[in-house]
Design a protein around this ligand. Structure first.
Ligand SMILES: [Zn+2]
Length: 318
């Protein structure tokens, strides 16, 4: 369908809603702070009110569909949220029933990594690319896999957790409880951990300086790396090593034409990380599987989730 649809990006911090037309043009934006600690009812009440405000501003019909991008693992077909990081009260939550009590429009659900991949393929750096791996490098690491134009997410939609693939059997503990996932080296939280550790040593002067009177975090790490600081660059190189090892496996599995790197950390540090990742991919993949591969930064920034949500909304309308 080519009519405008409603897109919702539910995040741990902000709840955003907009109308998106078939060309990816965004209008009638609404945004509010997510009442993350107040439980699903408060979040969904607010979501429904933003949907209705955006729809009426844009003059949409009552059956214009809604696509909702949600953080964390969910089964988009059974409409069950397994849990949501940073949002209280969502464990094994039947979100479909709860939404139907509030929204009479057709709707579709997707997790944020998959939505970002779909957005990138429809409107971003991967327009026209049928074989894509998207890596959302933020506080955590999400992403999605599109193969021959289809999103690959498995029997219950929990697949394509691209950040939670093990690259080191004796690596650090991951946020998921596992050991040595890509995320445990390369997510924002892991980079902040390493930057903080190094900043307490003699090698950490440039990172300390970049942090100023703020706590040492990813921002200071990237600034120090951009100024050529060897200790900061070594942290990023280790993260790129983990990404290179993991993505090398994905190349051998999926033989994509493109890898897009987005998310807050990817948007900020992609230019530093991408050449480092490319160097490592050569050690971890078949030459045939990376032949012609392009690794590029996401073009959608904060709107990746909204645009991806518009893609699933459009699909639900047929
Ligand atoms: Zn993990």
């Amino acid at each position: 369908m080519s009519d405008p649809v409603i897109a919702v990006d539910l995040g741990g911090t902000n709840l955003r809603c907009a109308v998106v037309d078939a060309d990816g043009v965004i209008s009638a934006r609404r945004q509010a702070r997510t009442p993350a600690q107040e439980g699903p009812d408060a979040v969904l009440d607010l979501l429904a009110s933003l949907v209705s405000a955006s729809a009426s501003e844009a003059g949409l019909a009552n059956d214009a569909p809604v696509g909702i991008d949600m953080p964390g693992p969910l089964d988009p077909r059974a409409e069950i949220v397994a849990f949501m990081p940073n949002l209280a009260g969502w464990r094994d939550f039947p979100v479909g029933d709860a939404l139907r009590r509030r929204i009479s429009r057709p709707f579709a659900l997707g997790n944020d990594g998959n939505c970002a991949a779909l957005g990138e393929a429809a409107y971003g750096a991967a327009r026209g690319v049928a074989d894509l791996i998207h890596v959302a490098l933020g506080t955590g690491i999400g992403g999605g896999v599109i193969s021959r134009g289809r999103l690959i997410d498995g029997v219950h939609g929990f697949g394509a957790e691209v950040g939670h693939v093990v690259v080191a059997l004796d690596g650090p503990r991951c946020s998921c409880g596992g050991i040595g996932c890509i995320e445990s080296f390369a997510a924002g939280w892991a980079l902040a951990r390493d930057a903080d550790l190094v900043s307490r040593t003699d090698d950490g002067a440039a990172i300390r300086l970049a942090a100023g009177d703020q706590p040492v975090g990813v921002q200071a790490l990237i600034e120090a790396a951009e100024s050529g600081d060897p200790a900061a660059l070594a942290i990023l190189r280790r993260a790129a090593g983990a990404l290179g090892a993991g993505l090398g496996g994905f190349l051998n599995l999926f033989n994509p034409a493109m890898i897009t790197i987005g998310g807050g950390v990817g948007d900020r540090a992609g230019d530093l990380l991408i050449p480092m990742i490319e160097e490592r991919l050569a050690q971890h993949s078949f030459p045939q599987c990376r032949h012609g591969l392009r690794i590029v930064r996401s073009e959608l920034g904060d709107d990746a989730g909204l645009l991806g949500a518009s893609v699933i909304a459009r699909e639900t309308a047929g």
